[in-house]
Design a protein around this ligand. Structure first.
Ligand code: F6P
Length: 537
């Protein structure tokens, strides 16, 4: 494995990036560009024609992927090799949704059997909550399910339960507590009846401070009302890899849904971490979600690099990040149900590929993951699109939309979709000074009204937002992120960068709560601690 900037393909891409490319010209030279540069995989249609690329660039990008052994690394992941080298672990989220029914032996265990057992347990439990045969301690059915978790133990379930709300059982209210700020706990529990509330404590490690602090508050809140330790068994379940800590917390391991260290936190939404989602949309829809993931997994595993959607997205991202100076990437879903998708993908991409050393531990001398951000359209159009159209930064955008709305009301959906298509057109082709003048605009305003265009975007379109389509969409991005990590020669599956803050927070916490302690940090941090100690009541 080598750093990508040592390859001949990298050199070639640098040269290609120095040549200007103009989307107006590229489209007029190649009238079929819109179809030539689009690719259907399963239910997902990807139009990548509005990118600053041509065949030469694409060939060089595919060459770079091959030089970095992408196919072999992909096979190694699917085979369960310990590609998470710094933690000596397999990376097998793909096994969570494998529909092939074949056993898969990894490190001495049949992971498919393990997955099936937990899926059956989740199915039984979700059904019991949904049909009200599982009741709370006082015999009342569960009306509220609150998932307590953070990061990968929160963002996936939040995103998917919002994305699939249309399919939810409406008499069960699903909510989430992640922040250690008690405000979220207070506001979520404010109007809930403990006798009708189930908490899912979701934590891979079961040691994360935010989650354990919230879980303890939830236990106290429940006991304050129900007044009996025996109530915990009816109102708390755990999702974790750590049976010992679950049991120490006081949750019977019979009420624990297991997953395994080969599932990374940010790749865990198809594990038992999806329990809240399954309760909300039901086991059948959850299985459809898994099938969608599997369809995209298979596409990624078997399609040639040239016909591979995740690979294309990965390479386009690398083209902009490493050769065209882009520092961010926008995810713009034109569907309100996907309003948490950018936040979910933020963790998936930035925690995976926000790395400064390569697999061998050597500092890299090229950019890795860009800052990922976004909001649903059309809201974003009235907020930050100004900068994308006329600002000074290059921001590649992914527009995501659906041909049919789940809520077809009047003219809303054609208007929404028209906005999506219009934005990609405006970004790509802009408006020249002559076109502005032709509209009768006075000279003094011409430059203000020019759109330079040549702003790249992908359009990702599916017929309808279903559980299956959501699975395909998320797996598309998961594998994009994987492919980028391989090309950058980094470990996408560890996250050492979150540790230092956690350790320092422990020390500072002990200082904040004891004003006799003399903090020994820098003058800024000491000052902030002293101010807190003085003003806190
Ligand atoms: O903040 C880092 C992190 O470890 C994430 O990778 C993870 O998703 C999150 O914390 C939650 O971890 P856990 O599921 O172990 O509580």
């Amino acid at each position: 494995m080598q750093q990508p900037n040592k390859t001949a393909e990298w050199e070639q891409l640098l040269k290609l990036a120095a040549q200007p490319r103009d989307l107006r010209q590229l489209f007029s030279q190649q009238p079929s560009r819109g179809t030539d540069y689009s690719l259907q995989a399963g239910d997902i249609f990807l139009d990548y024609s509005k990118n600053l690329i041509d065949d030469e660039v694409l060939q060089a990008l595919f060459g770079l992927a091959r030089a970095q052994n992408l196919e072999a690394r992909r096979d190694a992941m699917f085979a369960g090799e310990h590609i998470n080298a710094t933690e000596d672990r397999s990376v097998l989220h793909v096994a969570l949704r494998d529909q092939s029914n074949q056993s898969k032996n990894v490190d001495g265990s049949d992971v498919h059997q393990q997955v099936r057992t937990v899926l059956d347990q989740m199915t039984d439990f979700s059904t019991a909550i949904r049909d009200k045969s599982w009741t709370g301690y006082t015999g009342k059915p569960i009306k509220n399910v609150v998932n307590i978790g953070i990061g990968g133990s929160d963002l996936g379930p939040v995103m998917a339960s919002e994305a699939l709300k249309f399919y939810s059982q409406r008499d069960i209210h699903i909510d989430f507590i992640s922040n250690i700020d008690a405000t979220q706990f207070a506001e979520v529990t404010r109007n809930l009846d403990p006798a009708e509330t189930l908490f899912i404590i979701a934590s891979k490690t079961f040691t994360t401070d935010e989650t354990m602090t919230n879980a303890r508050s939830a236990r106290q809140w429940t006991l304050d009302s129900l007044q009996d330790d025996a109530a915990i068994a009816k109102h708390f379940v755990a999702v974790s890899t750590n049976a010992e800590e679950v049991s120490k917390f006081g949750i019977d391991t019979a009420n624990m849904f297991e997953f395994w260290d080969w599932v990374g936190g940010r790749y865990s939404m198809t594990s038992a971490i999806g329990l809240a989602v399954m309760i909300s949309i039901g086991p059948d829809n959850f299985h459809e979600l898994l099938k969608g993931f599997y369809a995209m997994d298979e596409h990624f595993r078997t399609a040639s690099l040239e016909q591979n959607q995740p690979v294309l997205l990965a390479l386009l991202g690398i083209w902009y990040t490493n050769f065209n100076g882009a520092q961010t990437e926008a995810i713009l879903p034109y569907d309100q149900y996907l309003h948490r998708l950018p936040a979910y993908l933020q963790q998936a991409s930035m925690e995976s590929n926000g790395k400064r050393v390569d697999l061998q531990g050597n500092p890299v001398s090229y950019s890795t993951a860009p800052v990922l951000w976004g909001e649903p359209g059309t809201n974003g159009q009235h907020a930050f699109y100004q900068l994308i159209h006329q600002g000074t930064q290059l921001i590649p955008c992914d527009f995501i939309g659906f041909v049919n709305s789940l809520n077809p009301v009047g003219e809303h959906h054609p208007k929404l979709t028209a906005n999506l298509f219009a934005q990609t057109e405006a970004l790509a082709f802009g408006k020249t000074a002559d076109e502005v003048r032709a509209e009768g605009v006075g000279e003094v305003l011409v430059n203000h009204k020019v759109f330079t265009g040549n702003k790249p975007s992908n359009t990702i379109l599916a017929e309808k937002l279903t559980p299956n389509v959501l699975g395909q969409l998320i797996a598309l991005y998961e594998h994009k992120i994987f492919a980028q990590g391989v090309i950058w020669n980094i470990n996408s599956f560890d996250q050492w960068g979150v540790e230092l803050g956690k350790v320092l927070a422990k020390t500072i916490y002990s200082e904040l709560s004891d004003s006799t302690k003399q903090p020994a940090h820098d003058s800024s941090t000491n000052n902030l601690i002293a101010r807190y100690q003085k003003q806190h009541r």
